[in-house]
Design a protein around this ligand. Structure first.
Ligand code: MG
Length: 197
């Protein structure tokens, strides 16, 4: 078994869509960020990566890279799921708390729970989603998320149940190819090519 913990915060800004836990929530303001600003999925990604000591969200998706601008954060969760699957683990359960003044998250919690369960290939009953207001912390214009995950060993003969996670996003493939090409040393001269006459 492994335990993981993740935390994230984003500031509210007017005129951008609000997405929490992969669910679009109608509100006058959204969470500003390089990606779609989904504070809960970012904390979840860090919790998953942390559980297998695989770095953090910034390791895989640096905000300096233009390609992650406006990215759907479920992509980050899927990548983290691949890491835990390759390390021989599956998600046992996950618990989360989102702290924000408005909007009320309660009415959206079941949908968020379902979406996260889908991303993690677990039943909705294995996903805790709780909301708190930031009493006395002076962070009314921000959303904060805390997530803990418990990973369980995946029996060797059991196929990876992270079917969603196994779908490698094309951007990630491109990135790997780029890295491989970068690491290949330039040949000193062009190799001789024998041409059949
Ligand atoms: Mg973030």
């Amino acid at each position: 078994m492994r335990i993981g913990y993740g935390w994230d915060s984003h500031e509210f800004k007017k005129g951008i869509p609000l997405k929490i836990g992969g669910v679009a929530i109608p509100h006058g303001k959204g969470l500003a960020g390089h990606s779609d600003g989904d504070v809960l999925l970012h904390a979840l990604t860090d919790a998953l990566l942390g559980a297998v000591a695989a770095g953090d969200i910034g390791t895989f998706f640096p905000p300096s890279e233009a390609r992650w601008k406006g990215a759907d954060s479920s992509l980050f969760v899927k990548e983290a799921m691949k890491r835990i699957s390759h390390a021989g683990y599956a998600v046992g359960n996950v618990d989360s708390t989102v702290i924000l003044a408005t909007p009320q998250l309660g009415p959206h919690a079941p949908k968020i729970q379902e979406r996260i369960a889908e991303l993690l290939s677990v039943p909705a009953s294995a996903v805790g989603v709780k909301a708190k207001t930031p009493e006395g912390t002076g962070t009314a214009n921000a959303a904060v998320a805390h997530v803990t995950v418990l990973l369980v060993s995946r029996p060797k003969d059991e196929p990876a149940r992270a079917s969603v996670a196994e779908a490698v996003p094309q951007v990630e493939v491109d990135r790997l190819v780029e890295k491989v090409l970068r690491d290949v040393p330039e040949p000193k001269r062009a190799p001789k090519v024998k041409v059949k006459k």
